[in-house]
Write a protein that binds this ligand. Sequence first.
Ligand code: GUN
Ligand code: ZN
Length: 437
Amino acid sequence: MMSTLLRGRTLSFLRWPETIDDHAAYAYQEDGGLLIRDGKIVAAGPYAEVEKQAGADTQRIDHRPHLILPGFIDAHVHYPQLQVLASYGAELLEWLNTYTFPEESKFRDAQYGRRVARLFLDEMIRHGTTSVAAYCSVHRQSAEAFFEESHARNMLNIAGKVMMDRNAPEGVLDTPQSGYDDTKALIGEWHGKGRQLYAVTPRFAITSSPEQMEMAGALVKEFPDLHMQTHLSENHAEIAFTCELYPQAKDYTDVYEHYGLLGKKSLFGHCVHLSEREADALSDSGSIAVFCPTSNLFLGSGLFDYQRYRTRDKPLRIATATDVGGGTNYSMLRTMDEGYKVIALNGEKLNPFQSFWQMTRGNAEALSVSDRVGTLNAGTDADVVVLDSSATPIMKLRMETVETLAEELFLLQTVGDDRAIREVYVAGRTAKSDLAG
Ligand code: GUN
Ligand code: ZN
């Protein structure tokens, strides 16, 4: 049996940190140890204690003085949009038509998909992200390419072929029947294979006909433990067009509700402009609102009201995500930095413990995978990130005046990026230092 013992400053969350002084919300060890065997965490705690459980054949890796955390989780990202990143000057619908759909049409070519899937997952690892909920393109082979690459790396990823049958160019359209058939075939082939999880993925109401929405609802009913992911209430033009296309619906959320798409494993990207009724419907069903700050800012979509959603009478479950290519950076550190600013514009603050909870355990809970990833708990998969708070000259200088863990985390979030990612472990194996180049 292969075992590895990591040494460093370990940090893992036990629950949502209510305040910046809520030290009972996390476990932090100044001299911590993490013992990993066969891809799983078998012990975490003070190094001196954990070390006792290591064997003579245990590989020992000393990461002091760096921080050891659970790997970051990105709850909404489009893998085929690697080359859409940084496309100028458009709001959502124009951006989709001008840049996104033409790029996604290239994924008809399986070889192209494989190349981008490889580059995409390299990028995730480089940024300390060990799990994503990913949208593929409409093409079945794009999802196959993603899962093949993800499985080869033994990553826990959730993904799905996008279902879209109207209001887009021919090259990115399926039909209600082919969308259903391809999704079902992919579920059979990939869901539960190794660490792979399938998400039924109707892109959004604008690009799915009522017939296709029926099919998506049928799949969710047939496979109730699968995730479902889509977009909801991102910008005003999108909302208006959706209401025109579905005139019987009470509102945008009601379209998805009508087809049985709300639920505890349903991930709704954006949710920027929800009415109280819509927020209640999401809350009642246990659905998840996914906050995509860099994307909402870049496309000018609006300000997600994180603290209000979290504390309303019927609170929302919230995840955070990059949403690249609408989003502008693959780093969850950069994402939470922009998230902090959005929340500040709404007159609130997110403290650094809350931010780091969100990108680890919080996102794992929102994705219903916290029994497997998102903490350093014994028995979970060893997906781990090692962070260097002095990775750049300015960070190193600023660290001279940092006195508390909260200050250090806030520095990492505010100026940190991929340069702060020292190492990444996926199911116990080094992943970042193994990347080519
Ligand atoms: N709504 C439907 N498709 C997309 C997409 O690819 N990106 C974003 N940001 N919103 C969408
Ligand atoms: Zn998206």
